[in-house]
Design a protein around this ligand. Structure first.
Ligand SMILES: C[S@@+](CC[C@H](N)C(=O)[O-])C[C@H]1O[C@@H](n2cnc3c(N)ncnc32)[C@H](O)[C@@H]1O
Length: 315
């Protein structure tokens, strides 16, 4: 069907989903499992029937997006300037009129995130895009704290030994969990120590467990206690001071689930942040098993690759 005709035929309200680049297949499978109808898609945007929650594999979700027909540039400007908040434009298709409109608008600038726990950023904004010259697509209440779910940080290129720390920065800055200075953390599969480094600045003590060593500059931090051990053989009853567990171990999701269940049953840990890694495509059945665990959620973090992050926090 012709592109413009397809847009005309769109219902007046639908949801916009922005996929993570390279994970469109996972998103589509998830949409299928949620019985969501895809009205339109290209590699940068999906217009779908109403969803009840943000898909794990979506970078951003604009619920209840409105399709507004426009007759002229001035009519479009009036609508955009009439919104309560500043707008953030997302380019899914190159539309010259959108570029021209943007020159006349005060937009909310999308900037790199300054790492702070939790981030104080709480600007209200609306999102918009155009797929042709005749319609504005506007969402008044996009769900992401940071526009478009674009979680690029001003990175620390000196302290951490690798870039894995960005996953934990994202979890903490976005307040997916909160830690306090009295917490004691266990970080399993911790080498070379990016996560242990982040944790050492947030909690009292970090038990850092890996068969491989830590980077020397991380190992010498006073509140990091390293043990060279197989994480699956660690006995939770020996770590009854631990209040939170972090796992970035490379292992099958099934093995990780076993480890989590062991710690849920035999420890005092109330907060979990665990990377579930896939060898091939995402196993939605095993994700359901993780989701059954009370007070837990699964995210595909901006900094996750072919993996997702299971997070549980009990108050
Ligand atoms: C992705 S890396 C972790 C990176 C780490 N989060 C960081 O920030 O530096 C995965 C780690 O899992 C460790 N690992 C794999 N199997 C393990 C096991 N059975 N016991 C302990 N560590 C294991 C590997 O040695 C590797 O260092």
């Amino acid at each position: 069907m012709d592109f413009c005709l397809r847009l005309k035929k769109l219902p007046p309200n639908f949801d916009v989903v922005i996929p993570f680049i390279r994970f469109e297949k996972e998103l589509e499978k998830e949409l299928l499992l949620a019985n969501s109808i895809i009205h339109f898609k290209n590699f940068k945007i999906y217009l779908v029937s109403a969803l009840s929650k943000k898909p794990i594999w979506a970078q951003d979700w604009w619920p209840q997006t409105k399709k507004i027909p426009i007759e002229s540039k001035s009519a479009a400007l009036k609508i955009l300037k009439g919104q309560k908040n500043r707008g953030v434009y997302y380019q899914a298709v190159e539309v010259p009129l959108a570029a021209s409109l943007r020159k006349d608008l005060r937009e909310l600038k999308v900037k790199r995130i300054e790492y702070e726990v939790p981030s104080p950023f709480d600007f209200k904004y609306f999102t918009w895009t155009m797929l042709d010259n005749n319609h504005l697509l506007i969402c008044e209440s996009p769900v992401s704290q940071f526009p478009l779910g674009w979680h690029e940080f001003n990175e620390d290129k000196d302290s951490p030994p690798n870039r894995a720390y960005l996953k934990l920065w994202e979890v903490l800055a976005l307040n997916y969990i909160s830690l306090n200075k009295n917490d004691v953390a266990i970080d399993v599969g911790s080498s070379p120590g990016g996560w242990s480094w982040v944790l050492s600045e947030q909690v009292a003590q970090v038990h850092s467990i890996d068969k491989a060593p830590l980077d020397p500059k991380i190992a010498k931090r006073e509140n990091i206690i390293y043990s060279s051990e197989d994480a699956f053989l660690v006995d939770p009853t020996k770590f009854l001071d631990c209040t939170c567990l972090f796992s970035d171990i490379i292992c099958t999701p099934e093995r990780l689930l076993g480890l989590v269940q062991n710690w849920l049953t035999h420890s005092e840990v109330k907060t979990f942040v665990c990377t579930i890694k896939f060898k091939g495509s995402c196993d939605f059945n095993i994700l359901k098993e993780f989701e059954k665990i009370e007070n837990s959620m699964i995210y595909h973090l901006y900094h996750n690759k072919n993996e997702v992050t299971w997070i549980k926090q009990e108050s």
